[in-house]
Design a protein around this ligand. Structure first.
Ligand code: PEP
Length: 254
């Protein structure tokens, strides 16, 4: 069984200096002996500052996006080798904000997944349904399509490098997290799809829940054995609440 994983997605918040300040405060509160895997995904512009600030810690660095080519005339894009060079070990892909505001579809996300994997960057693939899709009873179909599309032609060998984040779009940034039952149901579906399509053992892949996770609901969510950690937005911007969520994941091991 892998340890729980908590990923903090800073979105487009914090300059490099603010990032350094955050890490200084966070490391004062975070127990270095924690068995929980912790990853922070700052904006690109703060990656170098965080790489330096996290040198002697066990916290890993992720990017919030990556382009699918390794170099070339792609103005404004960032390649997997550039992220590796800044110490990133994983990358968030398919976040609903990228799908919604930047028109990313399953096809492009799939190309990014392959590119990341071929450069030893672990993809954290986000999937999740809109409120209208849930209300229309389409949740399972949407999740299946996003999973199979995003992970198309990924080998079984590479699958164990992938983390899935179930992020119902209606729960992101709304303060209305999914209930533990709602999340557990979709996590079970994701596990079953991964097992049947890639013959990957469920325990080999962590499935995170994301969407308004905070220190008040984390304990309950992590009680579900199907929920192997969290992708946290708003609540990871404050060192104190981020540390509390990591603490909940730690307690869930007892
Ligand atoms: C996210 O951005 O992935 C997220 C889950 O945000 P929040 O925790 O703020 O809902």
């Amino acid at each position: 069984m892998q340890p729980p994983l908590i990923v903090g997605n800073w979105k487009m918040y914090k300059t490099a200096s603010e990032g350094r300040e955050f890490i200084r405060d966070f490391l004062k509160l975070h127990t270095s002996q924690s068995p929980v895997d912790v990853v922070i995904a700052p904006p690109f512009t703060a990656l170098q500052a965080l790489h330096d600030a996290l040198q002697s810690s066990s916290i890993s660095l992720a990017a919030q996006n990556v382009f699918c080519e390794h170099e070339g005339a792609f103005t404004g894009e960032i390649s997997p080798p550039m992220l590796r060079d800044l110490g990133c070990t994983s990358v968030i892909l398919g976040h609903s904000e990228r799908r919604q505001h930047f028109g990313e579809d399953n096809d492009l996300i799939n190309r990014k997944v392959h590119s990341a994997l071929s450069h030893q960057l672990r993809p954290i693939l986000c999937v999740g349904e809109l409120l209208e899709e849930r209300e229309a009873g389409q949740t399972n179909a949407v999740i299946k399509k996003q999973l199979l599309g995003g992970l198309k032609d990924v080998s079984a060998e590479h699958m164990v490098q992938v983390t899935i984040a179930y992020e119902p779009v209606w729960a992101i940034g709304t303060g209305k997290a999914a209930t533990v039952d709602q999340a557990t149901e979709v996590h079970s579906l994701i596990g079953a799809i991964l097992e049947s399509t890639w013959e990957t053992k469920r325990e080999a892949i962590r499935i995170l829940y994301g969407g308004s996770v905070n220190p008040d609901n984390a304990d309950i969510l992590f009680q579900s054995p199907q929920i192997n950690g969290a992708l946290v937005g708003k609540a990871c911007l404050n060192p104190d609440s981020f540390v509390k969520i990591i603490g909940s994941a730690h307690r869930s091991l007892n």
